[in-house]
Design a protein around this ligand. Structure first.
Ligand SMILES: Nc1ncnc2c1ncn2[C@@H]1O[C@H](COP(=O)(O)OP(=O)(O)O)[C@@H](O)[C@H]1O
Ligand SMILES: [Mg+2]
Length: 334
């Protein structure tokens, strides 16, 4: 019986997910030339990006990069200096209530009372938000996996559970778009894992999720798309695999690596050749693999291995954000 109910629920969730995807083709969020100045200080500098429907979108950047400010502007909490955002098709400058109608957000920590139960906190939250459908309280509790602890006092929750109840406040309206600002901040690894699992579930039910983070591995692990922001400027954005692979290199095992270096360097579109251990690393577009292989063989080299060398997003993040400025540059000239 229980499995039958579960089965039905899964099926209806899938249909719901399909419906959400089908009737909404355009981007969930379009941000255009968004700028926010605080006095003379530019916190967000002409930022533009698109969040595809159904994506788990990572907004990645070090502390102070401008993530919270950008999300705050998108939610109408902070007025933009210039530029705008469209959320679910509605321009926030002219149609903020419509833009936020199908949007749930947790940007600031919601005020939750330690002496009230999780359920009562959520009911109070729903009441204050004008949501009179108490079913939404129950389904939000279910979605963040807190039904079983719903009657325990909020104060007795672990930090991970507290954060999940916070996220439940963002789910009360059954939103199509969920915006979470650093949802794993301050959590231990177990709590972080719980939140990541929850975010995956939200996406599975057809919601678009945008989350900010200063943690690379987290974004790398769960996000389908990413934008990297630093000092208020967007420095990379796109599908995770594309951002991950940009600046690609090829890794080759060749019989005479010392001779292969100078030969490879004079090939078109090869920007750099390095010897790393006993491998030759060629900085070039990965599409060049075939050409490079042919040229090497024609020149009498024996190529026993040739494969794309994936630069970890981490390297890129560090290079892009300039965190390793100095060491990275030194390597390049070596
Ligand atoms: N109300 C404000 N007044 C002045 N400066 C601010 C204000 N809010 C944020 N900032 C500054 O804007 C920059 C970006 O902040 P924020 O968006 O909170 O970054 P992040 O969320 O990426 O850590 C920081 O340098 C911060 O000090
Ligand atoms: Mg922030």
């Amino acid at each position: 019986m229980a499995t039958a109910i579960n089965g039905d629920r899964n099926q209806s969730e899938q249909i719901l997910a399909l419906g959400r995807q089908n009737n909404q083709q355009e981007s969930a969020i379009e941000v255009r030339n968004l700028t926010k100045r605080f006095g003379a200080f530019t916190a967000v500098d002409s930022v533009s990006f698109d969040v595809p429907r159904g994506s788990i979108y990572g907004f990645l950047g070090p502390n102070g990069a401008g993530k919270t400010t950008t999300l705050g502007v998108m939610l109408g909490l902070i007025p933009a200096t210039s530029g705008t955002a469209r959320i679910l098709g509605h321009d926030i400058r002219t149609h903020l209530p419509e833009a936020l109608q199908r949007t749930g957000a947790m940007v600031e920590k919601p005020a939750l009372y330690p002496y009230l139960s999780g359920r009562d906190n959520l009911r109070l939250w729903a009441y204050l938000a004008g949501i009179d459908n108490l079913e939404r309280v129950e389904s939000s509790l279910a979605e963040v996996d807190l039904l079983q602890r719903a009657d325990a006092k909020f104060g007795s929750y672990s930090t991970g559970m507290k954060q999940r109840l916070g996220i439940a406040t963002a789910l009360l309206r059954d939103p199509d778009l969920v915006i979470l600002d650093e949802p794993t901040n301050g959590l231990d690894p177990a709590g972080q894992r719980e939140i990541r699992a929850l975010i995956r579930r939200l996406a599975k039910s057809g919601r678009t999720v945008i989350l900010s983070s200063h943690l690379l591995y987290e974004v790398q692990e769960i996000c389908t798309d990413v934008a990297i922001i630093n000092n208020g400027r967007l420095i990379a954005q796109g599908r995770m695999e594309d951002v991950l692979h940009s600046g690609d290199s090829l890794e080759l095992r060749i019989d005479r690596p010392e001779d292969a270096g100078p030969f490879l360097e004079q090939l078109p579109d090869v920007t750099k050749v390095e010897l790393v251990d006993d491998l030759v690393v060629v900085r070039t577009d990965a599409d060049n693999a075939g050409l490079i292989n042919r040229k090497l063989i024609e020149a009498g080299f024996e190529v026993t291995e040739l494969r794309p060398r994936q630069r970890r997003l981490e390297d890129q993040f560090l290079t892009l954000t300039g965190t390793d400025r100095g060491t990275g540059g030194a390597h390049d000239t070596a």
